[in-house]
Design a protein around this ligand. Structure first.
Ligand code: ZN
Ligand code: ZN
Length: 219
């Protein structure tokens, strides 16, 4: 078990007393039980609700992200509710989640910044219908590209794909490649490389390689 996971586990269990550790087949920590939260978002109602969850926290957390499943059958299993085909909850685009987790790299931080906002939006949608309350992204590939485009400040999908590909190779080599911002220079000669380096601090090259975007599904 990673030191960071261990250090923040007891705090998480105090914050969410309905949850407890459970046997886990994957390397990491498995948490199961009733996840009760109370949250409000400015301008919207306070919501006090609970979901039965199974959270698998990988050993490499926070450089790898936890996987969360809802086991109580309360969340409709479809893209409208951001549930992936394998039953895991789509808490946001991988890069967005990575950045959130990086800003508070422990389990209570993950719960607070990634999980509760998602569950709040689900509860709100179950009660009132309509879209997710946090500016909804499309579920799936296009939503991810749209989100990355905002985070990276790049307009076109090929630019976004190229930027993520550059994060998936070593900095020294990436800096010799053409910059995705459209400046016509190599990456190392453009200030855009600072933006990519911010993300490099959050995860190893292998993480970005594993999250490379597929250009074939271009819409
Ligand atoms: Zn989604
Ligand atoms: Zn550039």
């Amino acid at each position: 078990m990673g030191v960071l996971v261990l250090n923040s586990l007891s705090q998480f269990l105090r914050d969410y007393p309905g949850m407890s550790t459970a046997p886990c087949s994957d390397a990491g920590v498995c948490l199961r039980g009733k996840f009760r939260f109370k949250a409000d978002v400015s301008g919207n109602d306070e919501i006090d609700d609970s979901y039965k969850l199974e959270i698998v926290v990988p050993d490499k957390f926070p450089q790898a992200l936890p996987k969360v499943k809802e086991t109580g059958g309360k969340i409709p299993r479809d893209g409208n509710f951001h549930v992936n085909q394998d039953g895991t909850l789509c808490l946001g685009s991988p890069l967005r989640l990575l950045r959130k987790v990086h800003s508070a790299p422990n389990l209570p931080g993950f719960a607070d910044k990634c999980l509760v906002p998602y569950l709040y939006a689900v509860s709100y949608k179950l009660m009132h219908g309509g879209d997710f309350v946090f500016g909804e992204l499309a579920h799936g590939d296009q939503g991810i590209v749209d989100d990355y485009s905002v985070m990276l400040g790049l307009k076109e999908r090929p630019q976004v794909t190229q930027a993520i590909q550059l994060l998936g190779i070593k900095k020294r080599i990436a800096n010799k490649r053409p910059c995705p911002c459209g400046c016509g220079k190599r990456l190392g000669a453009c200030p855009f490389h600072h933006k990519l380096n911010e993300f490099r601090k959050m995860a190893p090259v292998s993480w970005f390689k594993a999250h490379a975007l597929n250009d074939r599904n271009r819409i």
